[in-house]
Design a protein around this ligand. Structure first.
Ligand SMILES: C=CC1=C(C)c2cc3[nH]c(cc4nc(cc5[nH]c(cc1n2)c(C)c5CCC(=O)O)C(CCC(=O)O)=C4C)c(C)c3C=C
Ligand SMILES: [Fe+2]
Ligand SMILES: [Fe+2]
Length: 367
């Protein structure tokens, strides 16, 4: 059990700062086989990601996968790696900064001024907590690799956070991603003496401002690129997860439907597909790579692709969609292929996430 600095704080600090934990998947520390191996060993051992029987999976993972995949994946990572490191981490850090900026005019309501606690029933009293301007404190934590979720939680705890909103940067809920964030947090909090108040954002697949930001990013793109058939490509999950009640596929399709409706597209103008499948079992269909080859040969030879499930560009969008699938599409008869970047640290994205946080902080914040 870890002692909590909060326990040693004065009465006035019981007000407690509001903390925001932005969570994402994680990425290797370097585009090398050794670093990718470390990352994959942690990631692929998570039973939410691969739910095969443990002893069998341990043998397959360590005996086969971790001997082959790190070399292949490191090669792919090298194609998108930047001077400042992994694109996923760079974009997530920039988004976190943009969100901090967006929330900087917002103040926490002190715990002891909540309506039910205030004798006067007055909720306007605002006591600035530890950070100077009273704005929430943000930390970025990854489910695998670093900065880790435990590191982010520690940062928030050291800043005096007593109320915590967790925002997994996955617009569509899936057990493999959002569920893993929850597991990682609850595992860490088992060691804390004083657990903070906690709100967990489950998904935001149909949030108006998120849909709006996506639709505007398409329009922005089409201002300087040809307007073509629009493909919404989402990361896949095993079909089995979907059959067992994971709402992911339904939420992906709803996001796409809402964006298409906002753009005024007819049914023939857009499609949905699922990318990045791993292993031999059936994943959600249609597969993005197969769908694109079919289009290149006999369907829409001019295509625009976006990946609304990725809050930040990463290996799966930059290497798989913008490079690998593009090359295959063009080599098999395709004529035009462009990729619309993820929302990343864009103003509309930060605004959408800030709105989401404000709504989930009802009673905890004032603007
Ligand atoms: C093996 C099972 C996997 C499941 C299930 C899965 C679901 C899933 N993943 C994301 C988002 C990302 N995945 C990323 C990389 C990645 N994913 C898998 C496997 C599964 N993903 C692997 C093995 C890898 C590593 C790269 C590789 O070797 O191909 C990333 C990018 C990380 C980066 O460093 O850039 C993201 C983001 C979602 C949203 C999802 C389910 C909905
Ligand atoms: Fe993945
Ligand atoms: Fe991949």
């Amino acid at each position: 059990m870890q002692d909590d600095p909060g326990e040693r704080q004065s009465e006035s600090n019981l007000a407690g700062t509001l903390g925001i934990l932005l969570a994402n998947l994680g990425t290797p520390d370097a585009p090398t086989p050794a670093a990718v191996r470390n990352f994959l060993a942690e990631f692929l051992w998570d039973p939410r990601v691969v739910d095969a029987p443990r002893w069998l999976w341990w043998l397959v993972l360590h005996g086969i996968i971790l001997r082959i995949r790190p070399v292949k994946s490191a090669r792919a990572y090298r194609l998108v790696w930047t001077r400042q490191g992994s694109p996923l981490l760079l974009h997530a850090r920039a988004l976190s900064e943009a969100l901090r900026e967006e929330l900087s005019g917002t103040q926490c309501i002190a715990m002891n001024s909540l309506p039910e606690l205030s004798p006067a029933g007055n909720i306007t009293a605002v006591i600035p907590p530890h950070n100077e301007d009273g704005a929430p404190v943000l930390a970025l934590g990854m489910s695998y690799g670093s900065p880790s979720i435990p590191q982010a939680l520690m940062q928030l705890r050291n800043a005096g956070v007593r109320r915590l909103i967790v925002l997994p940067l996955y617009p569509q809920y899936s057990s493999a991603t959002t569920g893993s964030v929850f597991d990682r947090i609850s595992r860490e909090l088992q060691h804390w003496r004083w657990i903070p108040e906690l709100r967990f954002i489950n998904n935001y697949h149909d949030d108006n401002a998120y849909i709006d930001a996506l639709a505007m990013s398409v329009l922005d793109h089409w201002r300087s690129h040809e307007r073509t058939h629009l493909l919404f490509s989402f990361h896949g999950i095993p079909q089995r997860h979907s059959n067992a009640g994971d709402p992911y596929e339904r939420q992906c399709r709803e996001t796409a439907r809402r964006v298409a409706a906002q753009l005024g597209l007819s049914a023939a103008d857009w499609s949905v597909s699922f990318q990045s499948q791993v292993g031999r079992e059936a994943w959600l269909r249609p597969y993005t790579d197969e769908f694109l080859l079919l289009q290149a040969r006999t369907g829409h030879k001019r295509i625009t692709v976006m990946c609304p499930g990725f809050a930040a560009d990463c290996l799966e969008t930059l290497e798989e969609i913008a490079i690998r699938n593009r090359n295959a599409f063009m080599q098999h008869g395709g004529e035009h292929y462009t990729y619309i970047p993820a929302l990343n640290a864009g103003k509309r994205h930060a605004l959408a996430l800030a709105g989401l946080i404000r709504r989930h902080a009802a009673g905890w914040m004032t603007s």
